[in-house]
Design a protein around this ligand. Structure first.
Ligand code: CA
Length: 393
């Protein structure tokens, strides 16, 4: 999987990067000849290349989209409210009923429940309705030729040609999002080539037109990412006013008894129920919503490494499985803007904390550095930066 590409492409308009000025794309004809030679050397038949690439030129619409992505990041509560709305919840519940036979068969085969798949299906394409209408091969050709991120898209273009060669899709039928994600679960083409299964048995792996193929392929991907049948993935909880906030990290799974001993309760304040081990997630710090993320949550993270996206998908799945609407936490939370986050990251970097990217996104690296500096300054070390912390730095 290409993590950077997933960050850029999945999850809609949430993610973007600053366009780097000053790169120059090579002349197209020479680039294409070189690419074709590499494809043939990698096992793509010349006839497939001719069929798939005949007459194609870079699409300026795709380059313009790539250059003009809006830069903004939504916090978890805002993103979840936007994506897990009443309409999508109702549609999700209706689809679980409508597709009960198929989803049941998939669960028996892969161990992934209907709710998890349906949540991803809803977020990625509104249950197969919005899959995009760009020519995937032309989009990938454009972005592979463009100087900004040629290497990752060159791999994606080679994977697209591999799909054509295997007979899964014709070039004409291969249509999707402008940056090359494809089908009802908006897979990257490389992921498609790796994980897709022909679940309806028609001899083709068609993740665009076949819900059976798409959903089973999603289940296979989650299973391969470690999904354990019958196990929970996420549960909302309530945290006490004070605890060792350093413990609340994605990579720190503890037995539920340990969390209970530290004062964590069920969301309604009753004693913590359930068993097993889980990480305590505070996506917006100690005053925001709190969740226990079980090992199955890691499969959502493998789908999309953004915690905000993964948590939203897992929360959507939990709602489809009957969980109540989330509480918004103990107090209003105002996080930093992207530019404030960049200032904070730059200050942390200047003070020697391990920050490699000053990008305005609060990822695990930033949270880790924030915990360290909060602890040093005697602030509650919940890893969520606020204006007080920025001021103190
Ligand atoms: Ca099929």
């Amino acid at each position: 999987m290409h993590k950077a590409l997933i960050l850029l492409c999945l999850g809609g308009a949430m993610f973007t990067t600053t366009v780097q000025a000053g790169c120059a794309s090579p002349a197209f004809a020479g680039w294409l000849a070189d690419f074709k030679a590499e494809a043939v050397a990698g096992g793509i038949k010349p006839a497939v290349l001719d069929k798939a690439l005949a007459g194609l030129t870079p699409d300026s619409t795709v380059v313009n989209r790539d250059r003009s992505q809006q830069t903004f990041a939504l916090d978890f509560l805002t993103f979840a409210a936007k994506k897990v709305n009443a309409g999508r919840l109702g549609q999700g519940k209706a689809q679980i009923k409508k597709q009960a036979a198929l989803l049941g068969k998939i669960e028996r085969e892969y161990g992934v429940p209907a709710e998890a798949l349906t949540a991803l299906w809803g977020l990625e394409s509104d249950f197969g309705v919005v899959t995009g209408d760009f020519s995937t091969i032309r989009s990938l050709l454009t972005l592979a030729h463009d100087c900004r991120r040629p290497d990752m898209f060159r791999k994606e273009l080679l994977a697209a040609l591999s799909l054509v060669q295997k007979g899964d899709l014709t070039p004409a039928k291969m249509r999707g999002a402008w940056a090359g994600e494809i089908g009802q679960l908006q897979f990257l083409v490389s992921r498609y080539d790796q994980f897709a299964v022909d679940f309806d048995g028609d001899g083709h792996r068609d993740l665009i037109h076949s819900s059976a193929d798409a959903l089973a392929s999603g289940a296979r991907m989650l299973r391969d990412a470690g999904w354990q049948a019958g196990e929970p993935w996420l549960k909302e909880v309530k945290v006490p006013a004070k605890m060792d906030w350093m413990q609340a990290r994605l990579d720190n799974k503890l037995p539920l008894e340990d969390w209970a001993a530290q004062g964590v309760t069920d969301a309604d304040g009753s004693p913590l129920s359930g068993s097993g081990s889980a990480a305590l997630l505070l996506p917006m710090g100690r005053n925001g919503p709190a969740f226990l993320a079980y090992p199955n949550f890691d499969a959502f993270l493998a789908w999309n490494e953004s915690t905000v996206y993964s948590l939203t998908a897992a929360y959507f799945a939990s709602r489809l499985a009957g969980a109540p609407a989330l509480r918004s936490g103990n107090a209003p939370v105002r996080g930093l803007s992207m530019s404030e986050t960049r200032q904070l990251q730059a200050k942390l970097q200047a003070q020697g904390y391990p920050i490699t990217k000053v990008d305005g996104f609060i990822g695990e690296e930033t949270r880790h550095a924030v915990r360290q500096v909060q602890q040093k300054l005697g602030l509650p070390a919940d890893g969520y930066p606020d204006s007080e912390l920025l001021a103190r730095l």
